[in-house]
Design a protein around this ligand. Structure first.
Ligand SMILES: Nc1nc2c(ncn2[C@@H]2O[C@H](COP(=O)(O)OP(=O)(O)OP(=O)(O)O)[C@@H](O)[C@H]2O)c(=O)[nH]1
Ligand SMILES: [Mg+2]
Length: 305
């Protein structure tokens, strides 16, 4: 008789057969981040309701739509206290369906600073799915203002490192698959509007490696500790702004995480999708050992807030 892992393996194979090698695109993030808008852009038509919502998230339940060989999952955000229980159920259910996934966190910045509720969300979701390894998920920093886009243009590596230091300080698994998407004036306050040029987003999703998850592997998201988690991160961020030493320590820890990832990448021959792929692309083509040296040097840059 099949038990435990054997049952999960059979379920996984059956799910993959049933889905005909489909890929699950799972977008996670807080209300207003632009999840539904970005999913609609990838689908090429408004499959999910997107728009302005006063006082809470617009997407209140998990929803799925299949277009071609992609199953799109839209989920509510954990930051909305009223939706939190629904949101965690929807996310866990989506993760527990099993099969091939591309998982992306959609986050926002406030005047260039990463929001603590986005950090808390990423932490709680990743904590519930130990099977997602470093580099097996993506992050889109969405609706970036002109200031952030300009900084990326003039000092890309330095700016990315600063983002990574804050973003990965709460997470035990970092990722090199990151992309920055600019605020689109046409979408401001719009309902079900399509992103005028989805090419950067599409390229990012194509480059993001898929991962295979077994059905039923995700644990319940600990949504009841969201507020406590958020407060803890807020206190840490205040400390980071006040003390250079705290930032330096976080930056060193992030360097170690990235170093380990680059090493792994050089063994398995992967390539970062998004902005780091653009910057490091040629270097990777020349050889993985050079990539390691390059990132080692880049992460060695000591940046100051
Ligand atoms: N200006 C601007 N507005 C955007 C952008 N992306 C999304 N929006 C707008 O922001 C609002 C919210 O977008 P949604 O896609 O509904 O956000 P969501 O993450 O699905 O939000 P919830 O369903 O509430 O969790 C909509 O009015 C969009 O038109 C962007 O890049 N620029
Ligand atoms: Mg939505």
């Amino acid at each position: 008789m099949l038990r435990g892992r054997g049952v999960l393996l059979v379920l996984s194979v059956l799910t993959q057969l049933a889905s005909g090698e489909k890929t699950n695109f799972l977008f996670l993030g807080n209300p207003g981040a632009g999840k539904s808008t970005l999913l609609n852009a990838l689908a090429g038509k408004p499959i999910f309701e997107a728009g302005v919502s006063v006082g809470g998230g617009l997407t209140t339940l998990g929803q799925t739509e299949t277009v071609g060989d992609i199953i799109f999952y839209d989920t509510p955000g954990l930051a909305d206290a009223e939706l939190r229980e629904n949101a965690s159920k929807a996310i866990t259910e989506a993760l527990n369906a099993g099969g091939r996934y591309k998982i992306v966190f959609i986050i926002l910045t406030t005047q260039g600073r990463i929001r603590t509720d986005d950090q808390a969300t990423m932490k709680l979701v990743l904590d519930s799915v130990p099977d997602i390894e470093a580099n097996q998920y993506g992050v889109i920093i969405n609706q970036c203002n002109k200031g952030v886009m300009q900084k990326i243009k003039v000092s890309a590596m330095d700016t990315i490192k600063k983002f990574q230091t804050i973003l990965f300080s709460q997470l035990d698994r970092a990722t090199m698959h990151m992309e920055f998407l600019e605020l689109v004036p046409e979408l401001d306050g719009a309902d079900n509007a399509l992103l005028p040029d989805p090419s950067k987003l599409k390229k990012f999703m194509e480059g993001l490696p898929g991962i295979d998850l077994k059905p039923g592997h995700a644990k319940a998201i600990q949504h009841d500790i969201f507020d406590a988690q958020n407060k803890q991160i807020e206190a840490l961020m205040k400390q980071v702004e006040a003390e250079k030493e705290t930032y330096k320590k976080m930056s060193d820890e992030k360097d170690k995480k990235l170093e380990a990832m680059v090493q792994k990448m050089s063994q398995t021959g992967g390539k970062p999708s998004g902005i780091l792929g653009q910057i490091l692309g040629e270097v990777i083509d020349v050889g993985a050992s050079i990539l390691k040296e390059f990132v080692g040097a880049a992460t060695g840059l000591k940046t100051e807030l």
